[in-house]
Write a protein that binds this ligand. Structure first.
Ligand code: MTE
Ligand code: MO
Length: 420
């Protein structure tokens, strides 16, 4: 057994004081919204129409640093882009936050918290957090948590939903237990076809009271050894807003499946009829999940694998260079549902492309750094572009596809620079 494990347990159980502080901060936040305090004066403008958003100061939301405020309740907090530029693994206090229900849990009693595994299994069981940590060997995995609606603000024509910039994603090193180990411990019967995941959270707010947050995965995916029940991110407890004390990790799939405050794992014998599977988070059943606005006769399926994406971190729109200067472009990329295969850069708006060098590989599902040396010989303006391809043959398109949910945006990123 791993020597470090005993240290995890006290860390997982918060003191009563810590839990109460969390609740107090939520109270303070609710109060501050009517005050127009100086701390609220800062804004950021995301690069699309009506892109102005307030920035909230560190500590406005418990365990969170400075964030872009998309909505207060239930919270939608976006990671400021400079944070993603600076850190390959996103600091826990600035990972984006997304909850659906207005009455999401604002405190958790870790000492009585239990995870149940039941349904089409031979031996249903319950685990305390301590048992989860002690009884199963830990696994670590880098994986990107990306909202299906990340970058929705760039989709054309616009669709309703949170108008995120590119900061509804983060990369973390997760520690937890492969779900396959929990399912093996329970012993699958031959009946199961899907696994349902539920959380502490109750329904309400914008949604009818019976619409509790539930997601399901096909059994084959759930039991693949990669999907896991995670209790740490980047070597620390999960922040409350990111699902403390445990959440599901579905590497390579959009984070709508990454159920936070996970309490129930039920093996079932049918696809879910729950709102969050049967109605919400569905995409056209076409090769790339796209369709034309208004197109008829399209079949919809639950969203699943992420698409490849790539970003610049070392250059900004409008940056100036001197002619003949050697420039090293840097950034990060990911393959999405399969490993990153290549990153290409263009200095002429996509007319020609050259291969970038990939940096350290933390596994198929995390951010991977890349760099490319270019020269910008003549004075003038250059449109720099970057595009990623994954092992399954998906390549970023020049213009992102469209679907009614505004999901899976992955258009090629560009920056315009000038050489004088
Ligand atoms: N319990 C619970 N889990 C949830 C959700 C939720 O509303 N409730 N939202 C899902 C969606 S759609 C997203 S994008 C991610 C957001 O994870 P984060 O808050 O850590 O960024 O959580 C997922 N898990
Ligand atoms: Mo999401």
């Amino acid at each position: 057994m791993n020597q470090k494990l005993p240290e995890l347990i006290p860390a997982l159980i918060p003191s009563r004081r810590a839990a109460m502080l969390g609740a107090a901060s939520f109270g303070a936040l609710a109060l501050s919204t009517g005050r127009g305090a100086a701390a609220e004066a800062e804004t950021v403008t995301l690069p699309f129409a009506n892109g102005e958003r307030p920035m909230v100061a560190a500590g406005t939301f418990p365990q969170k640093g400075e964030m872009i405020l998309q909505r207060t309740r239930a919270p939608l907090l976006e990671t400021p882009w400079p944070v993603l530029q600076k850190h390959l693994f996103t600091p826990n206090d600035q990972t984006y936050v997304r909850w659906h229900m207005a009455d999401f849990p604002t405190s958790v009693d870790a000492s009585t918290y239990k995870i149940k595994v039941f349904g089409a299994v031979k031996k249903p069981f319950e685990l305390t957090l301590e048992e989860l940590v002690k009884a199963f060997p830990p696994k670590r995995m880098a994986a990107i948590n990306q909202c299906s609606g990340n970058s929705r603000g760039f989709i054309n024509p616009r669709v309703s939903g949170a108008q995120w910039g590119n900061g509804a994603m983060y990369n973390a090193m997760w520690t937890g237990v492969p779900l396959s180990h929990l399912l093996a411990h329970a012993g699958l019967t031959t009946k199961g076809t899907h696994v349902a995941f539920r959380s502490l959270e109750q329904g309400g707010g914008l949604y009818p009271p019976d619409v509790t947050f539930e997601k399901t995965l096909p059994l084959k995916r759930a039991n693949d050894g990669e999907v896991m029940v995670a209790y740490q991110m980047n070597g620390e407890n999960l922040p409350l807003l990111n699902g403390y004390p445990v959440r599901l990790i579905v590497p390579g799939w959009y984070s709508t499946y990454w159920v936070k405050m996970l309490t129930e794992i039920e093996v079932i014998d049918h696809p879910s009829t729950n709102f969050w599977m049967a109605v919400a988070y569905k995409i056209p059943d076409t090769k790339t999940g796209e369709m034309k606005p208004g197109e008829k006769g399209i079949k919809f399926v639950p969203i699943n694998k992420m698409k490849p994406r790539s970003f610049f971190t070392s250059v900004e729109n409008g940056q100036k260079f001197s002619s003949g200067q050697a420039v090293t472009l840097e950034g990060f990329a990911f393959g999405g549902g399969s490993a990153l295969k290549s990153v290409m850069v263009s200095v002429n708006g996509g007319k020609t492309w050259r291969t970038a060098t990939l940096g350290k590989n933390y596994g198929a599902y995390g951010f991977r750094p890349w760099h490319a040396r270019i020269s910008l010989p003549k004075t003038g303006t250059y449109r720099l572009m970057v595009k990623a391809a994954n092992a399954e043959g998906h390549v970023q398109p020049m213009v992102a596809g469209w679907n009614p949910g505004g999901f899976m945006y992955n258009g090629i990123e560009h920056v315009d620079v000038t050489v004088a």
